[in-house]
Design a binder for this molecule. Structure first.
Ligand code: ZN
Ligand code: ZN
Length: 107
C-alpha cells in the first residue's frame, strides 16, 4: 500500500483555501453584523426617518398584514397571526420603499 500523497495534498490545498478565504468571511460577517445592529437600533427607536423626504414613519401602530389581511396594533414589521416578517416599508410621506432589515438583495 502506497503512502496516501494524494489525500494529504488535497487536504493541504483545501486547508490553504480555507485559510485564504477566512479573512474575507470575517469582513463580510462584520458588515452583516453591523447592518443587523443598525436595524436593531432603528426598531428599538420605534421610528424610521425617510432619507428622501424626512418623514418619520412610526413602526408600531395599527396595520393590516399583506399576506393574511389580519389587522392589529403592533409592529409593522411582524404579523403575530401568520408570522410574516417584512423587511421593507413604504414611506408614509413620499411612498418610496425603505429597507429596515437586511436580507435578500442587500449589498
Ligand atoms: Zn399575517
Ligand atoms: Zn419619504
Amino acid at each position: 500500500m502506497n503512502f496516501p500523497w494524494k489525500v494529504i495534498l488535497r487536504a493541504s490545498l483545501i486547508g490553504t483555501l480555507y485559510a485564504l478565504a477566512a479573512p474575507v468571511y470575517i469582513v463580510l460577517g462584520a458588515v452583516r453584523l453591523n447592518r443587523l445592529f443598525e436595524a436593531f437600533v432603528t426598531i428599538r427607536s420605534g421610528c424610521l426617518t425617510c432619507i428622501h423626504c424626512g418623514h418619520d414613519n412610526v413602526l408600531n401602530r395599527l396595520a393590516t398584514c399583506n399576506r393574511c389581511r389580519a389587522t392589529e396594533y403592533g409592529s409593522l414589521l411582524y404579523c403575530s397571526f401568520c408570522g410574516q416578517v417584512s423587511r421593507y416599508l413604504p414611506c408614509g410621506g413620499c411612498g418610496v420603499t425603505l429597507r429596515v432589515l437586511p436580507g435578500a438583495g442587500a449589498k
